[in-house]
Write a protein that binds this ligand. Structure first.
Ligand SMILES: [Zn+2]
Length: 325
């Protein structure tokens, strides 16, 4: 069974230390987030995670896209839609994906080597790679203030325009070496999202991608699970440790050829689970769905945890997966 992360990781900022870094700092070209990115990748690789992320350390999941997509901006930390939404002419995340892959390869040369191992019918053990993450169009649209161009009752138009913008970014991330594109759509479980429009938008993004697509949705999924199964994605990812009601899904579902991202450690507390606690969730998944259909990960992003807790949670997750196989 492979292991992965949902995405965000504690941001550990550094200061310019080497001679080159100090010169760059003087010239204004020192990247203060590079240290956080390297730290996030190093922890994930050292914990033994197979499919890592770049840690999403630069900004939160909304701001990172709102600050780059034409037609959007960020005001007082909130995303704003102020004009016609268009694809950005450059990639927002490709250089971080490449940098993260390089850092991972220095620790374990297997990273990014056999992408085809992830494309088969089953997740092949031994695969090591990175995921490209985009915030879903529905989530971006519903969390933004609308201040121009679009009328407030035309959210569908915004969602679709955002989908075209994000499709371009998904292509860039695939080109940069991502093994899967993950679309984060936490708003789908809130009851305020139009699931039909959300599905149409995800279809736009995923069409023509050659790598598998993951969709991560947080929260309680019991009532929308059948709807989620209709999305054209390869992996559905949800929270199963901190949302015990979701465990019911494991007993009842037929994945219809999809795989399941099984959140098995709680991202909302620094308390480290025991192996037995993690195993309880994973075993439920294995018994009902078969281990070839499961990829284990934390419930959600770990940005708000301490670095130590984030690392230890990944470690106990990886150890438990090994223990059970
Ligand atoms: Zn989440």
């Amino acid at each position: 069974m492979l292991t992965t992360v949902v995405g965000s990781y504690p941001v550990v900022m550094g200061k310019p230390e080497s001679f080159m870094e100090k010169i760059k700092s003087t010239l204004g070209s020192y990247d203060p987030y590079q240290h956080a990115l390297d730290a996030a990748v190093t922890d994930q690789v050292n914990a033994g995670v197979d499919l890592i992320s770049d840690g999403q350390v630069r900004e939160d999941m909304l701001q990172i896209f709102a600050s780059h997509i034409p037609g959007m901006s960020v005001d007082d930390n909130k995303p704003v839609i102020e004009g016609k939404i268009n694809p950005a002419p450059y990639s927002i995340g490709a250089s971080d994906i490449k940098s993260a892959l390089n850092t991972a390869k220095k620790i374990n040369p297997d990273f990014g080597k056999n992408l085809d191992l992830f494309h088969g019918k089953d997740f092949n053990e031994g695969f090591k790679g990175i995921k490209g993450i985009i915030t879903g169009p529905t989530t971006l649209a519903l969390s933004s203030l609308i201040e121009g161009f679009y009328s407030k009752d035309k959210r569908e138009e915004i969602v679709v325009d955002l989908a075209w913008a994000l499709k371009k970014e998904a292509g860039f991330l695939q080109e940069a070496g991502a093994a899967t594109i993950q679309i984060d759509e936490p708003y789908l479980s809130t009851g305020i999202a139009d699931l039909k429009t959300a599905r149409k938008a995800v279809d736009i993004i995923t069409q023509n991608l050659s790598i598998p697509v993951t969709m991560h949705v947080c929260g309680e999924l019991v009532n929308i699970w059948d709807e989620l199964l209709r999305f054209k994605v390869d992996i559905l990812d949800g929270e199963f440790a901190g949302q015990p009601k979701n465990l019911q899904i494991l007993e009842d579902t037929n994945l219809k050829g999809k795989k399941l991202g099984l959140g098995c450690v709680n991202n909302k507390t620094d308390e480290i689970e025991s192996r037995e606690q993690v195993a309880e969730v994973i075993k439920k998944g294995i018994e009902n769905l078969g281990k070839e259909n499961i990829i284990a990960d934390p419930d959600c992003g770990m940005r708000l945890r301490s670095q130590e807790a984030a690392y230890l949670k990944l470690k106990v997750m990886v150890e438990t997966v090994k223990w059970l196989s």
